[in-house]
Write a protein that binds this ligand. Structure first.
Ligand code: NAD
Ligand code: GLY
Length: 355
């Protein structure tokens, strides 16, 4: 078992162990005073893992109140947020009770925000079942829903009470959803951890994946502990995301978060070399080789003029430009404040080079 402790505005453990979902109740009964558990999941994960989580919670004396949303990004919306709050209220869930998020980042983000808001905050626990949720969204306390105007525009920083990660759940993940998570794993290697990067060049079996998840979670923990509220260092986790979010938005979310981030990392690497921030011209091949190896895309059909529009409304921008996270080399990030016009020029050059 791997155990990683996070000390932020809330402190909690992240436990990584095969079969740990079956011990959910045993872990929760020690940290939750109430005996109602609102189990939030999506329709796919419900059929796969709700049974064992519910059984474990019931055996520990919890009343399980299950709330199931359709799978997919479109469910991370204000309608489901309100429905979940109404469901908790109808069932007289109290401040002593708990919300349990079982699933990927969509379920985790929605549940976390509902828990942050209901009765001005009740406990919540993350049970991530995608690689992306395990290495990224279940850790660090960013919770959110999407608005029509854009992704993650409403949310809260709200830390879970516990994260239980059973990597055997990845066995049922479709290959391309596993690949989405690899984009975030590659991100951690690229920005701060050359050793992790090198691990990703080897075949990945169960033990390697467990080691990689633990390493990524530790990296994220270190960043979150220094900058929980995203006012400085935490922005390095945004490598590939500024351009990635733009691609997600322009594709109307038909391109997944992970794939959009992959394209964003490829373009950001090319920008790093082309503008002299990275002296090693081979960086782009290294990045593209790694992304391709893990079944991720590197090119976009969108041009620079289209890509810049969503970047202008990026919530991290200040009206004049945004901080771009670039690479000096693999394992070393660099932060550059760039105006929107300059980003547009940079993107235009690197995209033109590829046609
Ligand atoms: P997701 O939650 O939509 O899950 C992807 C698909 O996998 C869904 O269809 C789901 O039903 C299915 N699934 C989940 N677990 C499964 C399993 N074990 N076996 C089979 N199928 C399974 O997507 P995701 O990639 O996990 O998360 C993406 C979301 O996370 C986005 O909304 C993104 O904005 C958010 N995110 C949040 C943070 C954060 O810090 N809060 C960080 C990164 C991403
Ligand atoms: N996923 C980026 C962050 O948590 O800050």
């Amino acid at each position: 078992m791997e155990k990683i402790h996070v000390s932020a505005s809330g402190s909690y453990d992240i436990l990584i162990e095969d079969g740990i979902l079956e011990k959910t109740g045993a872990y929760l009964k020690d940290i939750i005073k109430g005996r109602k558990a609102v189990l939030v999941t999506d329709d796919i994960v419900d059929g796969l893992y709700s049974g064992k989580v519910s059984k474990s919670l019931e055996e520990a004396g919890f009343q399980v109140l299950k709330f199931v949303i359709p799978n997919g990004e479109a469910s991370k919306n204000a309608g489901n947020f309100i429905k979940l709050l109404e469901y908790a209220a109808e069932n007289k869930v109290s401040r002593a009770d708990v919300m349990v998020a079982l699933g990927g980042g969509v379920v985790g983000d929605l549940t976390g925000f509902a828990a942050a808001s209901f009765l001005r905050g009740i406990a919540f626990v993350q049970l991530p079942t995608t690689l992306l949720a395990a290495v990224d969204s279940s850790v660090g306390g960013k919770t959110a829903i999407d608005l029509v105007a854009g992704k993650n525009l409403v949310g809260a920083f709200y830390q879970p009470k516990l994260v239980l990660c059973d990597i055997t759940t990845f066995n049922t993940l479709p290959e391309e959803i596993f690949a989405d998570g690899m984009a975030e794993v590659i991100k951690y290697g690229a920005i701060v951890d050359k050793e992790l990067w090198d691990w990703l060049k080897e075949p990945l079996g169960h033990d390697e994946i467990e080691k990689i998840v633990a390493r990524c979670v530790s990296i994220k923990r270190d960043v979150v502990e220094k900058d929980e509220f995203d006012t400085g260092l935490r922005q390095i986790l945004n490598f590939g995301h500024t351009i990635g979010h733009s691609i997600e938005t322009l594709s109307n979310y038909t391109i997944s978060h992970g794939k959009a981030v992959a394209i964003g990392m490829s373009l950001a690497s090319a920008i790093s070399v082309q503008n002299g921030f990275c002296k090693d011209a081979l960086l782009v091949d290294e990045m593209n080789g790694m992304l391709t190896r893990h079944k991720l895309p590197i090119n976009t059909e969108f041009d620079a003029v289209s890509l810049i529009e969503p970047i202008r409304s990026d919530k991290k921008g200040d009206g004049a430009g945004v901080n771009l996270i670039l690479l000096e080399k693999i394992g070393q990030y660099i932060i550059k404040k760039v105006s929107f016009d300059d980003i547009c020029d940079m993107l235009s050059k690197v995209i033109k080079e590829r046609v």
